[in-house]
Design a protein around this ligand. Structure first.
Ligand SMILES: [Zn+2]
Length: 534
């Protein structure tokens, strides 16, 4: 079903593009496309579930549902009912995506490289999965199937299974990464141009992953205050800026192919900043609190409380293994190593009340709940609530001794925030660390002083806030600062096509973005509902 206006909806996801960096480089005149969008239209600052559970972001955006309804929060998750950690695939989201609903209502869609996505059998549009994504939870696939061969043949691919392939953590590896990102960006832009030139599409949704990968791996070259800063040549020093400049240029080119009735949304899911967090202290903290007595032997990163040489050797070995796991080891080996060296290996579960599960930003704690975990000892109800409160209080009391400021920005009671049928798949507690400075020394009245330094192989990590820019006949055409939630994107897209929201939709469309109270989208929705019932 085409929109009654005849226009299309074009959504360009610019994964992990950071608004602070955009505004800085707009002020320097480096990003003319972003400057124009910011000057002439609304800016929606987006909050998201990723502030709590970073890996829940795209599953929530795809489904329009909060994490308790899909149970996804990271690339490797504890499998409920076991102590095993397993790789999570794209088919773990048990919900329809917004594009399934668009397609079911006759909207002709092209969906390209949405993270956490997988090919959908009932979907009638063009779908490309994990061609040039930052991380893969599926593998490079497309439907109709012939379009994969066509893309490989005409535009190419950078890895046999999809995405950018592993990044080697070295100067040479990072030079190669910049080359590959620039190449991938050009490939993605070419495909998007071709989609925009077609006459048989109503909805085009393409995600660009290049700023995401650049932000994680190349941050330290740009940021002279970062402890791992390397004063490298301008090719690396300016690499993130160069990716933003190239992205700006490609977006400008794409926007020139829009037709007057088209609506354009450019949005970033979350931002990027230095990777400062305190996850490496979690094992020691749980041990000192008496919540995980054998955590010392089970954690991959062991703190200053270690005493025996053999423990130190194991610690070094595990740390080395972890470096390998997070950089170059393929998934199946990763899984085996995690099982061998991971949380489950050496914990005395009969004395464990809380333990940590894998993460790459916020810390995640799981309580050893009776009836849920194989050897659970924490009763649901009052004991559970007391333990969540106790842990929260202890983490909130932590001070970063090098700044004198609190080390933790916020503690989240995940099960209270995100109730739903999949809530038991989620961690019980999520800890958002203050990221304004490295966290090397922590202290608190009960826990004393702890000093652990780690070097992360990713010098940048996510800022939780994203942003959205919009241009076209359905949107306000003046600069206006708005606030919204990433969960409002799916209902907004449905509204733009006049497709009614599902009954279980959790949030309204971004109505303040749309023109007037009797916006085109609302009028159209009424028209569509009327048309459907005729
Ligand atoms: Zn990331």
């Amino acid at each position: 079903m085409a929109r009654s206006s005849g226009g299309r909806t074009i959504v360009l996801g610019i994964d992990s593009v950071d608004l602070v960096l955009v505004e800085r480089w707009v002020a320097q005149g480096l990003l003319p496309f972003f400057a124009k969008m910011l000057r002439n239209g609304p800016l929606v600052r987006l909050s998201a579930v990723s502030r709590v559970l970073q890996g829940a972001l795209w599953p929530s955006l795809l489904s329009g549902r909060s994490p308790g309804h899909h149970g996804n929060f990271y690339l490797t998750q504890l499998t409920t009912g076991t102590y095993d950690v397993d790789t999570v695939k794209g088919d773990r989201v048990p919900l329809d995506a917004f594009y399934d609903r668009l397609s079911a209502h006759g909207v002709r869609c092209a969906i390209v490289d949405i993270p956490n996505d997988m090919p959908k059998s009932g979907f009638k549009g063009l779908q490309i999965v994990d061609w040039l994504t930052e991380f893969q939870q599926w593998q490079f696939a497309a439907q109709p199937a012939a379009s994969k061969r066509e893309i490989e043949h005409r535009l190419g691919a950078l890895s046999r299974t999809g995405g950018y392939g592993p990044t080697v953590d070295s100067i040479e590896g990072h030079r190669l990464l910049r080359q590959r990102l620039e190449k991938g960006l050009a490939m993605k832009s070419t495909l998007t141009q071709e989609l925009l030139d077609r006459n048989d599409l109503d909805h085009i949704f393409v995600v660009f992953a290049e700023a995401h990968k650049a932000g994680h791996f190349l941050w330290k070259y740009m940021d002279a205050t970062h402890p791992d800063h390397v004063a490298a040549e301008p090719y690396l020093r300016d690499a993130i800026q160069a990716i933003y400049v190239l992205l700006d240029r490609q977006l400008a080119q794409l926007s020139r192919r829009l037709r007057p009735q088209d609506d354009l949304i450019v949005f970033s899911d979350h931002g990027m900043r230095p990777n400062y967090r305190g996850d490496h202290f979690v094992g020691t903290i749980l041990e000192r609190l008496g919540l995980c007595p054998c955590e010392r032997a089970s954690r991959l990163d062991i703190g200053p409380t270690r005493s025996r040489d053999s423990t130190r050797v194991m610690s070094r070995m595990r740390r080395a293994m972890r470096g390998l796991i997070s950089t170059v080891v393929p998934t199946s080996v990763d899984q085996r190593l995690r099982r061998q060296f991971g949380a489950a290996a050496r914990i005395d579960w009969s004395r464990t009340q809380a333990f940590s599960v894998p993460t790459d930003r916020n810390s995640y704690l799981r309580l050893n709940v009776r009836g849920r975990e194989p050897e659970g000892i924490v009763a649901r109800g009052g004991a559970y609530a007391d333990l969540v409160q106790f842990i929260g209080d202890e983490f909130r009391a932590l001070v970063n001794a090098e700044t004198g400021k609190p080390a933790v920005e916020e503690i989240f009671n995940v099960h209270e925030l995100y109730p739903g049928p999949c809530v038991d798949d989620l961690p019980d507690i999520a800890i958002l660390w203050h990221s304004d400075a490295p966290i090397n020394i922590l202290e608190s009245p009960r826990l004393g002083r702890m000093s652990i330094r780690v070097r992360e192989n990713r010098s940048g990590n996510h800022r939780a806030e994203g942003f959205l820019l919009a241009q076209g006949p359905s949107f306000r055409s003046q600069r206006k600062d708005l606030h919204g939630d990433i969960l409002q994107i799916p209902p907004t897209l449905l509204a733009l096509h006049g497709v009614p929201r599902p009954d279980d939709s959790e949030m309204p469309p971004l109505n303040d973005l749309l023109v007037g109270d009797s916006s085109w989208a609302r009028r159209d929705r009424v028209d569509r509902v009327a048309a459907l019932t005729e």
